[in-house]
Design a protein around this ligand. Structure first.
Ligand code: ADP
Ligand code: MG
Length: 296
C-alpha cells in the first residue's frame, strides 16, 4: 500500500484498493447540518471486504458525520453513497443499509430496554426475526463479546465497559457485514479498552466483518488498522498503511494529530543511537525486535 493523497477539488473519486471487493463507496459526499455547519465536505471513502479501516482526525473533523452516513442515518447534501455498487441516493435499496451496523460513541444513546437480553434482541426483532430466532441471535452475540453472564442484568446499572460490550452485541446480533464504531475505547479503563480492541480484531478474523473505527487514539489505530485514513476539515486527505502514515511526521502533523507513542519512542531511540528509523515498527513486538536487531 502506498500513501494516497486526495485531490481536494475532484468531483468524483474511485474507491482505493483496486482488485478488492468494495462494500461501501462514499463518492465526494458533502453534508451541511440545518444550522449551516459543514459536517463533511467532498468526502471520499471506501470500505473493502474484510478489513479494519480507521478514520483518524481531531475533534470536529467530520468522523462521526461520516459514520452516520454509512447506514443512512444522515444522507449527503451532495455526492453519492453506494453499497454493493447500488446508489443509496433518493432512498433506494433501503434493505442494503441493514448490512451496516453503527456502535455509537455514547452507549447510553443505544441501550434502553429493561434487560440486556431484551436490548440485544431488539435489533433482530426489528429485522423481522421470530422471538426464538432473535433470542438465539442475541445469545450468540452476547457469547461472542464475552458478556453471556450479563443477559439478565439491567443495562442502566452496567459499567461503561460492559455497556460498550452490550452495544456491540446489539449490533452483532443483526449480523451486519460492516460495523462502524465511533470512538469505541473512549472513556474506558485500560482493561476494557483492550477487550474491545481484541473484539474488533476478532470481528474481522472470526466473522469476516469489515470494521470502521473513528478515533483520535493513534496508538489504537496503529495496533489494529489495516488502512488508516486521515480526516481534516470534513474530508479524508490522505490514507495508507499504519506504517506509512504514522512514520510520515509531516502528514500526521497536517492532520492536526500527534504520532503514536510507540512511533515517538522508536524515533527517539534511533536518534540517540544515530540510526535511520527504517524498521518502522508499529506494534510492541515489532518495536522490541527492531531495537534488539539494530546495533546500539
Ligand atoms: N448535529 C449537528 N449540528 C450542527 N453541526 C454539527 C452537528 N454535528 C456535528 N456538527 C459539526 O460538524 C463538524 C464535524 O463534526 P463531527 O462529525 O462530530 O466531528 P468528529 O466526530 O470528527 O469530532 C463540526 O464542525 C461539528 O461542529
Ligand atoms: Mg465524533
Amino acid at each position: 500500500m502506498t500513501i494516497t493523497r486526495r485531490d481536494p477539488d475532484a468531483t468524483t473519486c474511485l474507491p482505493t484498493g483496486p482488485g478488492r471487493e468494495v462494500l461501501i463507496h462514499v463518492d465526494c459526499a458533502s453534508h451541511a447540518y440545518p444550522d449551516g455547519s459543514v459536517g463533511i465536505h467532498n468526502m471520499c471513502f471506501a470500505v473493502m471486504k474484510n478489513e479494519i479501516v480507521t478514520l483518524c482526525g481531531p475533534n470536529g473533523s467530520g468522523k462521526s458525520t461520516l459514520i452516520e452516513h454509512l447506514n443512512g442515518l444522515l444522507v449527503p447534501t451532495e455526492g453519492e453513497i453506494t453499497i454493493d455498487g447500488r446508489s443509496m441516493n433518493g432512498g433506494g435499496a433501503v434493505d442494503l443499509w441493514r448490512s451496516v451496523g453503527i456502535v455509537f460513541q455514547r452507549s447510553d444513546d443505544q441501550l434502553f430496554a429493561p434487560t440486556v437480553l431484551d436490548d440485544v434482541m431488539f435489533g433482530p426483532l426489528n429485522l423481522g426475526m421470530s422471538t426464538e430466532a432473535a433470542e438465539a441471535a442475541a445469545l450468540e452475540a452476547l457469547e461472542a463479546v464475552g458478556a453471556a453472564d450479563l443477559t439478565t442484568k439491567l443495562p442502566n446499572y452496567l459499567s461503561g465497559g460492559q455497556k460498550r460490550l452490550i452495544s456491540i452485541a446489539g449490533i452483532l446480533a443483526m449480523k451486519p457485514r460492516i460495523i462502524a464504531m465511533d470512538e469505541p475505547t473512549s472513556d474506558l479503563d485500560p482493561v476494557h479498552s483492550e477487550m474491545i480492541e481484541h473484539l474488533i480484531s476478532g470481528l474481522k478474523e472470526k466473522f469476516g466483518i469489515s470494521v470502521v473505527i473513528a478515533t483520535h487514539d493513534l496508538d489504537l489505530a496503529a495496533r489494529i488498522a489495516d488502512r488508516v485514513c486521515l480526516v481534516r476539515e470534513g474530508s479524508i486527505f490522505a490514507e495508507g498503511s499504519p506504517e506509512e502514515v504514522f512514520y510520515d511526521e509531516s502528514l500526521v502533523a497536517e492532520a492536526g494529530l500527534k504520532s503514536p507513542q510507540l512511533v515517538r519512542i522508536y524515533r527517539e531511540w534511533c536518534r540517540i543511537h544515530n540510526i535511520a528509523p527504517d524498521a518502522r515498527p508499529i506494534r510492541i513486538a515489532d518495536l522490541i525486535r527492531a531495537m534488539s536487531q539494530e546495533p546500539s
